[in-house]
Ligand binder design. Structure first.
Ligand SMILES: NC(=O)c1ccc[n+]([C@@H]2O[C@H](COP(=O)([O-])OP(=O)(O)OC[C@H]3O[C@@H](n4cnc5c(N)ncnc54)[C@H](O)[C@@H]3O)[C@@H](O)[C@H]2O)c1
Length: 371
């Protein structure tokens, strides 16, 4: 199979879909890998390393997209890339289609086969291709939150851990999944007072055990969310209902009640955000203020630490890519029900229930389109 690895062109996105180690394994298995020049440079992988591993380096993105049978990316295609879509092209990347009708329409019209990292499942029913990036974003959310709390960034000038004689900051984490747990780890490490809110009581029990009572847990309801956000210096949003738009559990009225100079880092912004006042931002202009509250809502947070993120992401994606290359998309999807959950669009048909429900449009189960 011919596999194409274009350079990411989303604002400040420096990750890359395949590392030189991946290229070596693919070429050893008999596949051809086309890498756009400079694709891995910002992740610490220069063209020479890809070439040394057996890749063919191409100057133009258009050539990579046109010659490849499977395109491996990191972020969802942006408008400039829509022109490269064509019938039967396999696109293996994050798609985050639920809140973005335009991209869904474009993929359907061009009859692309779109396999979205974020909806692939493993045997434990977790989301193995979301996990590594959620680990990065969760840990990073505290780092950027601490920075936004500094006076110069518009924050209320609070040091997360306090100092002897001065109370630490209150950190409220919404969602106790991968993002929330990693955020909690780092925030506790900083010495902050951490409250974590989740709708899943079983998960709250687990977290209570894991953190040995150092973490305050609360059941998710509008009363608790209002109270915890009102008291917080830093709110981190990590709520997810897989494949659908995030529920906006922090309302505009709750934001208005927060302390002036408090900070919201809405990590869930890639699924629409769990805070009503959140809107997507980019690394070049990451934050804005509403009602005196600093909002940081970068949709591709791991892009800021591309070396770590590329290695973490490709560790998880590569085994699936190799199977797609070895067996072809149809057979690989047939053999692995978890990978099939990742199929969002197949040759003009929407195949993911969550995306369909978010956009209120019809869908067809994967088994039916694969035949
Ligand atoms: N912005 C970025 O760069 C970036 C990077 C990685 C992940 N993310 C996003 O972060 C979000 C969280 O990812 P994750 O891997 O932690 O997901 P996860 O599934 O591991 O965790 C989500 C948690 O939210 C909880 N939840 C659901 N509804 C809730 C509610 N009403 N109130 C409170 N909690 C509720 C679930 O019980 C679950 O524990 C996703 O939208 C993901 O796409 C964003």
């Amino acid at each position: 199979m011919i596999i194409g690895v274009p350079k990411e062109i989303k604002d400040n996105e420096a990750r890359v879909g395949v590392t030189p180690a991946g290229v070596k394994a693919l070429t050893e298995a008999g596949h051809t890998v086309l890498v756009e020049t400079h694709a891995g440079e910002q992740s610490g992988f220069p063209d020479a390393e890809y070439a040394g591993a057996g890749a063919e380096i191409l100057d133009q993105a258009a050539a990579v997209w046109a010659k490849a049978e499977t395109i491996v990316k990191v972020k969802e295609p942006i408008e400039k890339e829509y022109a490269y879509f064509r019938e039967g092209l396999v696109l293996f990347t994050y798609l985050h289609l639920a809140p973005v009708k335009t991209l869904t329409d474009q993929l359907l019209q061009a009859r692309v086969i779109g396999i979205a990292y974020e909806t692939v499942r493993d045997r434990q029913n977790t989301l193995p291709l979301l996990t590594p990036m959620s680990e990065v974003a969760g840990r990073m959310s505290v780092q950027v939150g601490a920075s936004c709390l500094e006076k110069e960034r518009g924050g209320r000038g609070v040091l997360l851990g306090g100092v002897p004689g001065v109370a630490p900051a209150n950190v409220t984490i919404l969602g106790g999944g991968i993002v929330g747990t990693n955020a909690a780890k780092v925030a506790l490490g900083f010495g902050a007072k951490v409250t974590l809110i989740d709708v899943n009581l079983h998960r709250l029990r687990e977290l209570d055990d894991i953190f040995g009572g150092r973490l305050y847990t609360l059941a998710s309801n509008s009363y608790n969310v209002a109270q915890a956000t009102r008291e917080a210096d830093l709110v981190i949003g990590g709520v997810l209902i897989p494949g659908t738009t995030a529920p906006r559990i922090v309302t505009r009225a709750m934001v208005a009640q927060m302390k002036k100079g408090a900070v919201i880092v809405d990590v869930a912004i890639d699924q629409g955000g769990c805070v009503e006042t959140a809107r997507p931002t980019s690394h070049s202009d990451p934050s804005y203020v509403v009602d005196g509250v600093v909002h940081y809502c970068v949709t591709n947070m791991p892009g800021a630490v591309p070396h770590t993120s590329t290695l973490a992401l490709t560790n998880a994606t590569f085994p699936y890519l190799l199977r797609l290359a070895n067996h072809g998309a149809r057979e690989a999807l047939r053999q692995d029900a978890g990978l099939a959950e990742g199929l969002n669009v197949w040759r003009g048909t929407l195949t993911h229930r969550g995306v369909a429900e978010s956009q209120q449009r019809p869908w067809t189960p994967v088994a039916e389109v694969l035949g």
